[in-house]
Design a protein around this ligand. Structure first.
Ligand code: G3P
Length: 226
């Protein structure tokens, strides 16, 4: 399962890239608004940091297909071919996905709340389909269940489109989808910080260090000793 950061704060992206095996970054207009910088500047800085080959997802803003195609071309021109253009899964969006597929521009079907949207994104040639787990939960449905249904639809129909699950509220949801074999998860920094969040783990490591220091002296590690 690919693991991406769902954020546009370059400081957070650098911190998490340093710690975790991250495959790329996803953004959306709300995430860019939160960063409160010029979209081009922040996206360019992210692209420079993650490198030309890493996945970067940037959303088209226009609400009609032709406008989405223009947005997509501008996005790929600005941030490179490894950039996936996020296209909302609305009727005009499906049209845009087909047009962009013909142009060789890769898309991520986004704002997915239902399996039907994901099916149509796959049929329209999207590379990824992004169901919003937490937002589906907030509507009174089961976001994990919906995402598993989407994965089943893709497998049974032999679609190449992969699930890129988004909008997580906890690490257990990420793990649940990892077990199910979805293609990717994009996770906000606050949730990623809870991936390894257990006092028993910290305590176990502290005891190891303490025991070794008892043997070798305070602050001494293998590097000093061997
Ligand atoms: O990528 C979509 C995702 O950012 C939505 O997440 O937390 O705003 O529901 P959230």
């Amino acid at each position: 399962m690919r693991l991406l950061i769902d954020d546009a704060d370059i400081g957070e992206i650098k911190r998490l890239y340093d710690l975790y095996p991250v495959d790329g970054v996803t953004t959306n207009p709300s995430i860019l608004a939160k960063a409160n910088r010029k979209p081009f500047d922040v996206l360019k800085e992210i692209r420079e940091f993650i490198g030309r080959e890493a996945d970067l997802h940037v959303q088209a803003i226009a609400k009609d297909a032709e406008g989405m195609v223009r947005d997509a071309q501008a996005i790929v021109n600005a941030f490179g071919e490894a950039t996936f253009v996020k296209v909302p899964c609305i009727p005009e969006g499906f049209k845009a996905m087909r047009l962009l597929k013909e142009k060789g521009i890769r898309t991520t079907g986004t704002a997915i709340y239902t399996p039907m949207q994901a099916y149509l994104a796959a049929k329209s040639g999207a590379s990824y389909a992004a169901p919003y787990i937490n937002r589906i939960d907030d509507m009174g449905y089961d976001g994990i269940h919906v995402t598993k249904e989407i994965q089943d639809i893709f497998e049974v129909n032999h679609f190449e489109t992969m699930v890129l699950a988004a909008s997580f509220k906890n690490s257990q949801q990420v793990l649940e989808l990892c077990k199910y074999g979805v293609g990717g998860a994009t996770v906000a920094p606050a949730v990623m910080d809870k991936f390894v969040n257990n006092v028993a783990i910290t305590a176990a490591v502290d005891v190891f260090v303490k025991d070794f220091e008892h043997l070798a002296g305070e602050g001494v590690t293998m590097a000093e000793l061997l």
